[in-house]
Design a protein around this ligand. Structure first.
Ligand SMILES: C[S@@+](CC[C@H](N)C(=O)[O-])C[C@H]1O[C@@H](n2cnc3c(N)ncnc32)[C@H](O)[C@@H]1O
Length: 272
């Protein structure tokens, strides 16, 4: 278990849920999800989900590194049987309190490191989904994707979206102060020596790790925010979506991936 990440997120958890560490308006986003659960996912992700898993009702869905659990609540309200895993007990407890307050009793919360998913059975899930901010804490992507592969049923899907790696060499915070776009590190510097350590994975790191874990890539998106996305994804200040006003808008905000667990036996049958 990644003890450094567990300890840090246990300490941060109350601030994360209750002191507006959340980017956007958590309460407003929760109300949106209750009204329209599919809006728990940005537009491109909704399209990828629609293609990979048109009917979510009754499906077994795992959300590792579940954090704010917005995706977990969305899948639950869409009728899926959801398991939420996270390394930090306090993150799970805080999410559980929200689920209880809303009477959402059918969600399973379980502590697990996403790189191993210990205690999660093989071949149990139709869909594994991770949302933005999960990969930055993961030291070995292929190991995590192999764990996702293990718990998926044959033909099951792994879908995720993440901060686009093209943003990593810049510091948008200092730009806010003096309006200079500065490189702060090379694209190739993936390991940040913080406590807990952070990882700024490149596009090739995501792709190679998916291939190493034997996933078949079925969709790839360079994603931008849209008006209908939750405040957490849409960028509260809409001028930040205009690259002539805010230069970082010239880059994609996130990358989105849909991948499938193809089993060699199924592929051979298809080709007979
Ligand atoms: C920023 S959240 C990402 C999820 C969600 N999109 C969000 O914004 O809240 C990061 C979550 O990953 C969890 N985490 C960090 N390292 C982990 C690991 N190795 N295994 C499982 N969860 C991990 C943290 O406890 C935290 O809840």
């Amino acid at each position: 278990m990644n003890e450094a990440a567990r300890k840090a997120w246990n300490e941060w958890s109350d601030d994360y849920f209750y002191k507006s560490w959340y980017v956007g308006d958590f309460a407003a986003d929760m109300e949106t999800i209750k009204r329209e659960p599919m809006r728990a996912f940005p537009r491109d992700v909704r399209e990828m989900l629609g293609a990979a898993m048109p009917k979510l009702r009754g499906r077994r869905v795992l959300v590792p590194s579940s954090g704010d659990n917005l995706a977990v609540f969305g899948f639950h309200l869409l009728g899926a049987k959801v398991t939420s895993t996270d390394i930090a007990e306090n993150q799970l407890t805080n999410a559980m309190k929200i689920a209880d307050a809303n009477g959402w009793r059918d969600i399973e919360f379980r502590q697990a490191d996403s790189m191993t998913l210990d205690g999660v059975s093989d071949g149990e899930f139709d869909l594994v989904y991770t949302s933005n901010g999960a990969h930055v804490w993961i030291s070995d992507l292929a190991m995590m994707y192999c764990a996702f592969w293990r718990v998926l049923k044959p033909g099951g899907a792994y879908i995720f979206f993440e901060t686009h790696p093209f943003h990593r060499p810049f510091n948008e915070r200092t730009y806010e102060e003096d309006k200079f776009v500065r490189f702060i590190k090379p694209y190739t510097s993936t390991h940040l020596d913080n406590e807990p350590p952070e990882y700024h994975w490149r596009v090739q790191d995501f792709m190679q790790a998916l291939l190493n874990a034997r996933f078949t890539l079925t969709d790839y998106r360079d994603m931008q925010p849209y008006d209908e996305d939750l405040s957490n994804y849409a960028l509260d200040d809409k001028s930040k979506r205009n690259w002539e006003v805010y230069p970082f808008a010239a880059l994609p905000s996130w990358l989105g991936v849909s991948a499938r667990k193809d089993c060699i036996e199924d592929l051979m049958r298809e080709n007979l």
